[in-house]
Design a protein around this ligand. Structure first.
Ligand code: NAG
Ligand code: NAG
Ligand code: NAG
Ligand code: NAG
Ligand code: NAG
Ligand code: NAG
Ligand code: NAG
Ligand code: NAG
Length: 772
């Protein structure tokens, strides 16, 4: 998801007023829904729970333990599912060991039992499981335990509609399997599952008379499907092959089967009203309107059609599609449909908006009488000026109470539940968004998440769950690990002790005091983001297209970051820890990112007063930082362009398709669109991207500035933009150059070298442009 439209100057003021009035009227609402303190009891979600026999559930839980810690170690754990553990629908587990050799874990669902296992691993055995590397040093003897945990909410939701395209797009089953296990371990019991939906649509479209060409023109390539599904783009990066469809369909079946085995409820796609442009030709008498243009995409790649909800074709298409989804994938009655995600509705008429939501739900519930519609509430934040209270009320309340589940999508920063009166009584999930475009850049708001969740939990409203909805994964691991403890903890977590324990779990029990201190500093600074800079889109100076624009990028004392970097480089660091290696590279990357922005400030200062000495020194530093960054990133597998490109290529079934996949992969992380429509939105600070993309475009920009300085003329930004687009950026997206997919160089030695080189330079610099 993106936010590109220019934000009106008064946006935040306006939003502030809305929030203010929202919280005043909320008191009235509190009285109205006083009886909802026992929130979930107000809504019935019992039917969405995947269930198999208790025998199968016990096996599923035990199998997961084997996958995570291996056959031998798994014998110590006895996981069982017992629905009578609690009377409510909410998950609970009981962990028990008093003497003996077995840790008993009883959960009222597979997810509950498995998250109990994870709880013990984390908080009793000091282990750590992440998106990639695990720290699983198991002790010889296991501590006794007797803990009963009841999750305060009914749901824990994972995933953003964008995550499948930014992060999962090239995954094979092995990677999926690991991720689904991670969901269960962290207690997630509600997750989007949209893989393979284009195959279902293909069948439906053909039955509705579309030609193969019509369909090829409509679907975007694999790396852009998320935005095709939401009606933002069409055709870009496509077409999709038969092999792709069958591969994805097979994957989807395996994903669903495993999710259900682990009692994770999948959210399947339903009809939102958005249809391919060929409908205009095939159904000339239907009421169709063009969706609004998204991010300057040209006609060829944008603006699919929206079928008017009052048109009889709406029900026909929707019914056919949903029946086919259920026929192919089964159902657990949860469906997603997002008609207006970054599409401003054509009419602001409340009756029209109510008609749209009523029609979507009517079709859904006609096919599946138990249907519950899951709606992203992003539009209420992103198009806040359009979505007035009256309009939102009309849209949300046209669906029966309890049948629409709203995601308050960016609740840690721009919550909507206050302004929108707890979504007018519809159940909602408080979601932490945190990441845009799977970009790197260390940040997080641990104290705020801690406190805000605590507050909303103690406010009687219609909140029924917590969620994590990052657009991309594989970044800022600490933020997600923290939130997963917030899930079960009814009290505020103690951040001081939590963050030290995090360091111990992540690197193993013998982590040095200095490294723990490094994490304490990070927790106090980068991970205590106060939202003063608004949403962090990862567009830092070093990785965004060069320009003279200045914007603050840090909300913390950068010297504390450098201090944390120094502590992380402790001589007695863990030697064989992949997690340590990753974090060391990441903090070095972060430091170089910040140093680069500082050097840019010096460069501009020199440029403005035409001080060539100053300008040239800063320019040389910037070029060197880019080279240094490429080198350090090259030492860690998670930061390699080659890994991303090779996995894209391996998702292809022939050479031509391999080129399409590679272009998808390259375009998404750079130009994002044929002409840089949302350039750098999903940028990656990876080795290979730095050397072949960031570095050449900065070199070109610095040449422009140098010439400008030498000839005493102003910089021609327009000329630079055309030049960089045609001579650096586009060629990168079409190139077939290969990059290593395994790391080279010693992370520790290189990080230390860079620290020793750069830190004295900074400390020695008396330049006032360097803030302290
Ligand atoms: C595992 O736990 C269940 C229920 O708590 C118990 O009935 C069973 O005997 C246990 N099995 C082992 C091998 O300890
Ligand atoms: C809403 O739907 C009703 C019934 O289909 C229709 O009569 C009415 O014109 C629609 N209103 C708007 C504003 O679209
Ligand atoms: C949090 O933990 C730290 C370190 O263990 C401790 O010193 C502090 O008193 C705790 N704070 C609270 C509020 O419990
Ligand atoms: C941690 O240190 C202790 C004491 O030096 C040692 O016995 C133990 O093996 C170490 N554990 C790990 C996982 O390195
Ligand atoms: C690191 O791992 C290697 C290979 O597994 C092993 O040979 C070496 O002893 C380990 N080093 C330490 C300090 O544990
Ligand atoms: C130009 O910048 C350099 C380095 O910052 C400084 O030493 C020098 O005094 C500056 N020259 C002038 C004329 O200001
Ligand atoms: C910068 O401009 C000066 C003056 O035209 C020129 O001598 C120098 O070579 C240029 N430097 C670079 C790196 O292009
Ligand atoms: C650069 O041009 C400006 C006017 O555009 C002039 O005032 C200034 O003196 C010139 N500087 C040099 C070093 O020629």
């Amino acid at each position: 998801m993106v936010q590109l439209k220019a934000i009106p100057r008064n946006y935040f003021l306006f939003l502030g007023l809305l929030l203010l009035t929202g919280s005043i009227t909320c008191n009235v609402l509190d009285n109205q829904i006083e009886d909802s303190v026992h929130r979930s009891s107000k809504f019935d979600f019992s039917h969405v729970h995947p269930s198999s026999t208790i025998y199968e559930q016990n096996i599923a839980a035990q199998n997961l333990v084997r996958r995570v810690i291996g056959e031998d170690a798994a014998r110590t754990f006895n996981l069982t599912v017992d629905k009578t553990l609690t009377e409510s629908e909410k998950d609970a587990f009981h962990l028990f060991k008093q003497g003996g050799n077995t840790v008993h874990i009883v959960g009222n669902s597979v997810t509950a039992a498995v998250s109990g296992f994870h709880y013990y691993l984390k908080h009793y055995l000091n282990c750590h499981i992440s998106w990639d590397y695990d720290q699983l040093h198991l002790p010889d003897s296991y501590p006794d335990v007797d803990v009963y945990v009841k999750f305060p909410e009914r749901f824990r939701l994972f995933q953003n509609m964008c995550t499948p395209s930014y992060s999962y797009v090239w995954w094979s089953w092995a990677r999926w399997e690991r991720e689904i296990d991670r969901w269960a371990l962290n207690g997630f019991n509600l997750v989007y599952a949209g893989s393979g939906v284009e195959g279902v649509w293909t069948k439906v479209y053909r039955e509705l008379g579309l030609s193969q060409t019509d369909i090829h023109d409509y679907f975007s390539g694999p790396a852009f499907l998320a935005w095709n599904r939401m009606g933002n783009v069409r055709g870009w990066g496509g077409p999709l092959s038969v092999a792709w469809h069958s591969g994805q369909s097979l994957l989807q079946r395996r994903i669903l089967s495993r999710m259900r085995e682990l009692s994770i409820t999948p959210i399947l796609p339903a009809f939102s009203g958005i249809v391919p442009n060929a409908f205009q030709r095939l159904y000339p008498n239907s009421k169709l309107s063009k969706l609004s243009r998204w991010c300057h995409f040209e006609d060829k790649y944008c603006c699919p059609l929206l079928l008017d909800p009052s048109d009889e074709l709406f029900a026909k298409v929707g019914t056919k599609f949903q029946q086919e989804v259920i026929a192919q994938f089964g159902t657990n009655h949860m469906y997603s449909a997002d008609t207006f995600n970054e599409n401003v509705p054509e009419h602001g008429d409340e009756e029209y908006l109510a008609n749209v939501s009523r029609s979507i739900y009517r079709v859904m519930s006609a096919v599946d009488s138990k249907a519950i519609w899951v709606l992203q509430g992003w539009m209420f934040v992103n198009e806040v000026l359009f979505w007035t209270e009256d309009r939102v009320k009309a849209f949300l309340t046209a669906v029966p109470q309890g049948k629409l589940l709203v995601l308050d999508l960016c609740a840690e920063e721009l919550p909507s539940h206050d302004r929108l009166h707890s979504f007018y009584g519809q159940p909602y999930i408080w979601c932490m968004l945190h990441n845009y475009g799977a970009t790197l850049g260390m940040h997080g708001s641990l104290p705020k998440v801690n406190e805000d969740v605590h507050q909303v939990r103690n406010t009687p409203d219609s909140m029924v769950g917590l969620g994590m909805v990052p657009e991309g994964i594989d970044q800022n691991y600490v933020v997600y690990d923290f939130m997963s403890d917030v899930f079960w903890s009814p009290d505020l977590l103690n951040l001081t002790s939590w963050i030290s324990n995090y360091a111990r779990r992540r690197y193993g029990p013998n982590v040095s005091a200095n490294i723990v201190e490094s994490w304490r500093l990070l927790g106090d600074t980068l991970y205590s983001y106060d939202h003063s800079l608004g949403r962090l889109h990862g567009l830092y100076k070093i990785c965004a297209r060069p320009s003279l624009k200045r914007a603050p990028e840090t909300w913390y004392d950068i010297h504390l970051l450098f201090k944390a970097w120094g502590f992380m480089l402790d001589e007695s660091h863990p030697v064989n820890s992949s997690n340590y290696n990753y974090d060391l590279v990441d903090i070095t990357r972060q430091s170089l990112q910040v140093l680069f922005s500082e050097q840019f400030e010096i460069l501009l200062a020199g440029f403005e007063v035409q001080n060539v000495t100053k300008f040239s020194a800063a320019r040389d530093s910037m070029i060197q930082i880019l080279n240094d960054l490429n080198e350090i990133l090259g030492t860690e597998k998670k930061f390699l362009l080659g890994v991303w490109l090779n996995s894209a290529k391996s998702a292809a079934s022939n050479v031509l398709e391999s080129h399409i996949m590679e272009q998808n992969a390259r375009n998404q992380i750079t130009l994002w669109g044929p002409n840089g429509e949302i350039v750098d939105y999903a940028n990656k600070q990876w080795s290979g991207v730095v050397s072949s993309f960031f570095l050449p475009r900065w070199s070109l920009f610095l040449d422009y500035l140098n010439t400008s300085l030498a000839t005493n003329t102003s910089l021609d930004q327009t000329k630079y933009k055309t030049d960089v687009l045609n001579n650096v950026e586009k060629p990168f997206t079409y190139s077939l150059e290969t990059y290593p997919d395994s790391p080279s160089g010693d992370s520790y030695q290189i990080a230390k070298k860079l620290y020793q080189f750069w830190i004295p330079k900074i400390s020695a610099s008396q330049d006032p442009t360097i803030r302290s």
